[in-house]
Design a protein around this ligand. Sequence first.
Ligand code: PGA
Length: 251
Amino acid sequence: MTARRQIAAGNWKMHGCGADLVELAEIASAAKPLSGIVTLLCLPATLLDRARGRGVELGGEDCHAQPSGAHTGDISAQMLRDAGADFVIVGHSERRCDHGESDTDVAAKAMAAWDSGLIAIICIGETEEQYRAGRTEQVLAAQITGSVPDGATPENTVIAYEPVWAIGTGLTPDPEDIQKTHAAIRATLATQHAMGGKMSILYGGSVKPDNAKVIFASPDVDGGLVGGASLKAADFVPIMQALNASKGGNQ
Ligand code: PGA
């Protein structure tokens, strides 16, 4: 394994119809010269097939733990792969909260992703209450234990640290706290998985063009998982460029 992957990942959530793929075209053309990073868009499943082959990596936003079956409305990792995805987000806090997904569910989804050849982006993050109580590192360690299955490697897994209180709020932890938390996550991963210390760890939660540079400057931050600011090329491209510049890639 060489250097950790540096990833500018967008998460469109439940946003985007065909007409919005015009943003993808702009993002793809800006991504071309950015040699040091992976530009990834995690899109609604309905857009994946139309977005494939257009110059950015694609991911799904969730998958079922089973490859197929009687699960109306769900989508399997295999289906995402078939539609053009190479990655899938699992365990996003909106899934954990809106759909009651447990660490065990998330781990099962990550294994389903691997079985279909997808890289699992496993999300972890503390709530505001846990943050205020000073329990962040403890909560994250428990989520890692429960959500990151045996067999996780830097090739098949990316971790996304997203404080729940920072998502969509415009709030972020101080850059020093982000670095400290990422280092703690890396240390926990290293104790639980043979190559755990080498996994890419993305920060997510209100990453914007104006704070990206300072967030990405932290040595244990390997990119961002970006929600709102990934919907428009005008916001996402400067974030991609900030990551590429801070990790020493060509412009
Ligand atoms: P945000 O979302 O960038 O809009 O805060 C991040 C995420 O939920 O992945």
